[in-house]
Design a protein around this ligand. Sequence first.
Ligand code: ACO
Length: 399
Amino acid sequence: SIDISTLTRQTGLTTIDSGFVNTASTRSAITFIDGEKGILRYRGYPIEQIAQKSSFLETAWLLIYGELPSASELDEFDTRIRRHTLLHEDLRRFFDALPTNAHPMSVLSSGVSALSTYYQDSLSPKDPAQVEISTIRLLAKLPVMAAYAHKKSIGQAFLYPDNSLSFVDNFLKLNFGTLAEPYEVNPVVSRALERLLMLHEDHEQNASTSTVRLVGSTEANLFASVSAGINALFGPLHGGANEAVLSMLGEIQASGEGVEKYVERVKNKEHGVRLMGFGHRVYKNYDPRAKLVKESAHEVLAALGVKDDLLDIAQELEHIALNDDYFKERKLYPNVDFYTGVIYKAMGFPTRMFTVLFAIGRLPGWVAHWREMNEDPATKIGRPQQLYIGSPARDFPAR
Ligand code: ACO
């Protein structure tokens, strides 16, 4: 057998694959997707069963360590995470330096990047004990920083984490609690948020996870790698789509032009308008996560007594698109982002927090991939080829 770099050198042949449509960068044992059939499994377990039976931290353990935890392993994992939620006081003040109107995703990626300045004792990807403690620190502190990004944007005081609460309830309290009044977690909101976070936990080599792996392939630390992943997730073609969907639904509502007119504009590719929350590189069938999110949207809005016209607009959009040849021919179906925004809005999150919620959900997947890559002896630094199309060699002008 001959390895791929030798073959490339010997033949001088390079494949160009813009967008990596058919280039696998790694083997992975974490997540399986069959995009044609609409199947998603974490470590072999169907996403539908995970969403129904598991919890966020149990699924995080499954993704990171490969098997479901025992009751005592899960308990210990949960306790360790609760014990690491506090941010260093200087890091709390770090948020003061950023402008109030900063996008919470920018605040989050800066905060995660700053973690490597506070935890210089756990930056080595080669030392298992350091990998372990940086995993716990990141899982514990990311939701706290995310909540501070929210509090900062609305000008409210930051709360300290309440470690008597579960992962999700603590996060809700940090976002919606105030110093003035006691805060009661609504169990409907809590369970629904937990379910949404679980649905986002991993999705194999998507743009942000590939970014985490690429940065990590240089042996960069976990905080630096995940901070890069957060920035990749920010874009509207990736995680930023959940925010873009709600803006799109709001625009349709405000314009009064009607859903059919909007769909026509999308089909005519007017000013690059796309149906946000539709289409996927891998799914050429209904995204299994979108199905579950759609069910949740109805349940949560009903349980909270919220009536939102945007949900009606979303359903009408979906109905029209699924029956239209443009979308049928291109196999464009709702993706996970299509209905999440309506739920997050009903829960009280501002639109600019939606992608931050995605980041909290995706964190275990990023960590699992970063660790899998570092444990794999076949890992090499990620370094794509290019086809040079610039000027041939020429002499610099005489001076
Ligand atoms: N609305 C309208 N047309 C679309 C859409 C859409 N949302 N998505 C793809 N198309 C069309 C393209 O215009 C293209 O048509 P053409 O051949 O006539 O030019 C065809 O479908 C194929 O599209 P590509 O851009 O080649 O598909 P690709 O796999 O590269 O893109 C992507 C996937 C980025 C997700 C795309 O579908 C998109 O932009 N969707 C909207 C943004 C979105 O919802 N992103 C979230 C993705 S899921 C996630 O990250 C969690």
